[in-house]
Design a protein. Structure first.
Length: 378
C-alpha cells in the first residue's frame, strides 16, 4: 500500500490526520510536528511523531507527503520531500511568490514527481459541468465572473497561530476564502490582466479580513471576488458566470449548480477527493490528470504575491462594526457588508465605485497573470 506521511498535525492538519487515520487503502507512516500534537483527534496507535520533516522522511520513507504547515515553510519542505522521492499534497496557499512557484515546478519536472494542491473545490463535478456549459456556448460570450462569500471568524481564530493575520501569508482572499479566488480563476481565460483590490480590516492585524478584487483580462471577461470574514448572514461561497445568453451560479462548497434553463440550483454529485485523485494519478500518470496540479495554481500565486506587495489594509472604525459575543468567541461584523459584497459582485465593481462611504482607493497591480486557469489544464 502507498505510504503516506503528514507534515503539520495541528490546525487544518487535524482534518488531514482524521482522514488519513480512517483510510484503509494507505499506510499512515508518520507525522512531523514541532509543537505538542493536539489530542483531538488522537494520533493513531503506533504512528510515530517526529519533531521535523527531515527526520520523518529519513525514518519512514513515504511515497506521498501531505504538507499542512504555515505557507512560508512550504517550499523547503516540498523540495526535501521531492528529493526523497515523494509525491506531494500541498495545502493552500501553495506558495507565496511566482519565483517560488517556478522553483518548485522545476524540481517537480526534474524529479518526475507530482504535486496536488489542496483546492478541494477543483474536484467538483459541478465545476466540470459549469465549464462544459461555458465551452458549449450555453451562456454565450462570457462577460463577467464574480465570486462572493461572507463568513465570520472569532477572536480565537486569529489567536490560533503566530502567522494568522500576518502580512504576506494570510488574508481573506489568499487563505480561508482562497477557494473563491481559485474557482473564479478556474473559469477565467489564461491571459495577462490588471488587478485592482480594496482591502479592509476590523482588527489590529496586518492582513485583511474583507476584500474586493477585480481582475481585468485582455480580451476576456472581468473577474470580481468579494469576500469577508466579518460578515452578516452566512454566504458559503457563490460563483456566478454571466454571458450574453444567460448566467450560471455555482455554490462551490456544496456543489449546487444553476445553469440557464434550470428551475433552481441542483446538487451535482461526484466530487473527486484530491488524495484519491493523487493516488490514481500515481498509478497512471499519463491517463489520470491531477484535479489541482501545481501548474494550475500559478494565477492564484500571482494574486498572493500581488497582495503581499499591497499596502496594509484600511482599518474600519468601531462605529462601522458590531461586536457579537465576548471572549475568544467574539465575532466582528461589518454593518451592511453583505449588501456591499452583493453589489460589487453584481456590478463587477469595487466598493469605492459604488459610493460606499468607508471605502478607500484601490491598490493596482499591472503585472498580474491568470496562468493558473484550469479550464485547459491536462
Amino acid at each position: 500500500m502507498t505510504r503516506v506521511a503528514l507534515v503539520g498535525a495541528n490546525g487544518h492538519g487535524r482534518w488531514h490526520r482524521r482522514r488519513l487515520a480512517h483510510r484503509h487503502d494507505i499506510t499512515f507512516v508518520g507525522i512531523a510536528e514541532p509543537n505538542p500534537v493536539d489530542p483531538d483527534p488522537p494520533v493513531p496507535p503506533g504512528t510515530p511523531v517526529f519533531p521535523n520533516h527531515r527526520d520523518l522522511l529519513a525514518a519512514t520513507r513515504p511515497d506521498v507527503v501531505v504538507i499542512c504547515t504555515p505557507p512560508g515553510t512550504h517550499l523547503p519542505i516540498a523540495l526535501d520531500a521531492l528529493a526523497a522521492g515523494c509525491d506531494l499534497l500541498l495545502e493552500k496557499p501553495p506558495l507565496l511568490s511566482l519565483a517560488d512557484h517556478d522553483l518548485l515546478s522545476a524540481a517537480l519536472a526534474e524529479s518526475g514527481r507530482s504535486c496536488q494542491v489542496g483546492f478541494q473545490a477543483l474536484g467538483s463535478a459541478a465545476l466540470d459541468e459549469l465549464r462544459a456549459a461555458i465551452a458549449a456556448g450555453a451562456l454565450g460570450t462570457v462577460t463577467g465572473i464574480a465570486a462572493v462569500a461572507s463568513w465570520q471568524r472569532d477572536d480565537a481564530y486569529y489567536a490560533r497561530s503566530p502567522w494568522v493575520g500576518r502580512r504576506g501569508v494570510d488574508g481573506a482572499l489568499t487563505n480561508p476564502l482562497a477557494h473563491a479566488v481559485m474557482q473564479a480563476l478556474a473559469v477565467a481565460p489564461a491571459t495577462p490582466g490588471l488587478l485592482e483590490v480594496e482591502r479592509y480590516r476590523t482588527r489590529p492585524i496586518e492582513s485583511d479580513d474583507t476584500a474586493v478584487m477585480r481582475l481585468t483580462v485582455q480580451g476576456g471577461p472581468i473577474v470580481v471576488v468579494a469576500v469577508t470574514l466579518a460578515g452578516e448572514e452566512f454566504i458559503a461561497g457563490e460563483l456566478t458566470v454571466t454571458g450574453t445568453r444567460g448566467s450560471a451560479t455555482l455554490e462551490y462548497p456544496t456543489d449546487r449548480l444553476r445553469l440557464p434553463g434550470d428551475a433552481g440550483p441542483r446538487e451535482v454529485p461526484g466530487r473527486v477527493d484530491l488524495l484519491d485523485n493523487l493516488l490514481a494519478h500515481r498509478a497512471d500518470r499519463s491517463g489520470v490528470r491531477l484535479r489541482a496540479a501545481l501548474s494550475a495554481t500559478a494565477g492564484f500565486t500571482a494574486v498572493v504575491e500581488a497582495l503581499g506587495a499591497a499596502p496594509l489594509p484600511t482599518a474600519l472604525g468601531d462605529d462601522l462594526v458590531a461586536d457579537i459575543g465576548t471572549g475568544p468567541g467574539r465575532i466582528r461584523s461589518i454593518r451592511g457588508i453583505n449588501a456591499v459584497l452583493r453589489r460589487a459582485a453584481e456590478g463587477l465593481a469595487l466598493p469605492s465605485e459604488l459610493g460606499v462611504p468607508w471605502a478607500g482607493p484601490p491598490h493596482t497591480e499591472n503585472r498580474m497573470q491568470t496562468t493558473g486557469s484550469v479550464a485547459h489544464q491536462k
